[in-house]
Write a protein that binds this ligand. Structure first.
Ligand SMILES: Cc1cc2nc3c(=O)[nH]c(=O)nc-3n(C[C@H](O)[C@H](O)[C@H](O)COP(=O)(O)OP(=O)(O)OC[C@H]3O[C@@H](n4cnc5c(N)ncnc54)[C@H](O)[C@@H]3O)c2cc1C
Length: 404
């Protein structure tokens, strides 16, 4: 069995690892000239780190990830702590069997790519056409190269070319929310090591700010703003670099520590946030979608890439289970993954407004809820509204599905 993977983001790279783990031959094609990830942060909860454990790569990813031991929710105007949750490595491992880690995206991707032998990942290769028949599938690239395989996986992101070619046009949906993402290098942060364990979040009316670790040498800053209009940006849907002064204007009434963090980033990347409407199918014949191509998700429960990793795990299991019938294997993968990824997509949409409430009564209620939840010394994850996401073991769930 040979799989062609289009896209070398988090979804594509983890797929290359999970498929190879099952002895499936892989060729991966990425249009960027190298690692396509930017420097910002990505978190992986136990439902994802248990996949790395199965691949024998947990110790590897731990070398570039940091456990979030403490997450403080702070009042935006005073800096007082609303709630403190102890989440980290040891607690997540004890309660869920796997750690909760935050990574610098490009560092994580570099580290994972080291476990894929040379010659499998091809960079600077843009897929422009996909054709299939009963004998196989062919991908054509903009330089004329043709790749031939038994299956083709479109892991090419929210504006997927594979999806457009095989399933038709699906327009991404603008959420009205925009992220401003900044980075602070290690040398600008006094006592950098101590910040690796602590994340701070400031939920404010119509805005939400997060400060956490983003790799071995960087602090990540994300300021989210609600009720935004694309017409107000000269760059439309594209990401754009904006000066720090512009971002500081949005938080001019905020307490000093939040402003001080933001002031230390040299500039910010303005990132309009899109998802897609849930799809009804992810596979057609020998072609299947994976990651954001299949279920682009808003980032408000931090699970978009994690769902891509769950896809990758299930895809490997399905292709190994039905190795004589790749078309049926991709249908099995779709039937297993689509309901859960869709639920995460819809939950992320619902949660996006909850983090940026405006009504003072609703804000008080929410903060009270967070305060109460944080009083639990143990059982945090068990009591979490996200327990169904975090405690999930995709490998066991797949085995249960095929046994049923
Ligand atoms: C602000 C923000 C914060 C987030 N935080 C988290 C988090 O903490 N945890 C989490 O799990 N998720 C998070 N996410 C979601 C996560 O970033 C995405 O779900 C994830 O990166 C998607 O990975 P992917 O590989 O599916 O797609 P992508 O990362 O988009 O990768 C697709 C790749 O395909 C390539 N490509 C595209 N077209 C072609 C073509 N024609 N030929 C060849 N290559 C092509 C692209 O260059 C790209 O490298 C966040 C998202 C945002 C916006």
């Amino acid at each position: 069995m040979k799989a062609i993977i289009i896209g070398g983001g988090i979804g594509g790279i983890i797929s290359a690892l999970t498929l190879r783990h099952h002895g499936i031959e892989v060729e991966l094609y990425e249009r960027a000239e190298g690692n396509p990830e930017i420097g910002s942060a990505v978190q992986f909860t136990a439902n994802v780190t248990n996949i790395f454990k199965r691949l024998g790569l947990l110790d590897v990813v731990k070398t570039c990830g940091s456990p979030v031991e403490v997450r403080n929710m702070r009042e935006w105007n005073t800096g007082n702590i609303i709630s403190t949750n102890r989440l980290g490595d040891t607690i997540a491992e004890r309660e869920l069997g796997s750690p909760y880690l935050v990574f610098g995206r490009s560092e994580l991707l570099d580290e994972l790519a080291r476990y894929i032998p040379a010659g499998i990942c091809n960079y600077g290769m843009k897929c422009v056409n996909v054709e299939q028949d009963e004998t196989g599938v062919r991908a054509t690239f903009d330089d004329g190269h043709v790749a031939i395989g038994d299956v083709l996986i479109g892991a090419d992101g929210i504006r997927s070319t594979v999806r457009r070619l095989v399933f038709g046009m699906v327009e991404p949906v603008f959420s009205g929310k925009v992220a401003y993402r900044g980075l602070i290098p290690r040398e600008k942060v006094a006592d950098f090591e101590s910040h690796k364990w602590i994340a701070n979040a400031w939920p404010a009316p119509g805005q939400f700010m997060l400060q956490n670790f983003a790799g071995r040498n960087t602090i990540n800053l994300s300021l989210y703003r609600n009720n935004q209009r694309l017409e107000d940006f000269n760059t439309g849907t594209a990401t754009a670099v904006v000066p720090t002064e512009e971002v500081l204007e949005f938080v001019k009434d905020w307490e000093p520590s939040a402003r001080e963090w933001l002031a230390q980033s040299a500039d910010f990347l303005r990132w309009p946030l899109f998802d897609i409407e849930p799809l009804k199918e992810w596979s057609k014949g020998r072609v299947a979608l994976l990651g954001d191509a299949a279920h682009a998700t808003l980032p408000f429960i931090g699970q978009g890439a994690g769902q891509g990793a769950e896809d990758a795990s299930a895809l490997g299991d399905a292709l190994a289970h039905l190795s004589d019938d790749p078309v049926a294997a991709l249908k099995l993968y779709e039937a297993f993954r689509l309901p859960r990824a869709t639920r995460v997509q819809l939950e992320s949409r619902a949660r996006s407004n909850y983090m940026m409430l405006k009504d003072p009564f609703a804000i008080n209620q929410r903060n009270l809820q967070w305060r109460e939840a944080s009083k639990a010394i143990t059982g945090y994850f068990g009591n979490s509204v996200d327990h169904w996401i975090l405690s999930y073991d995709v490998e066991s769930a797949f085995k249960e599905q095929i046994a049923a």
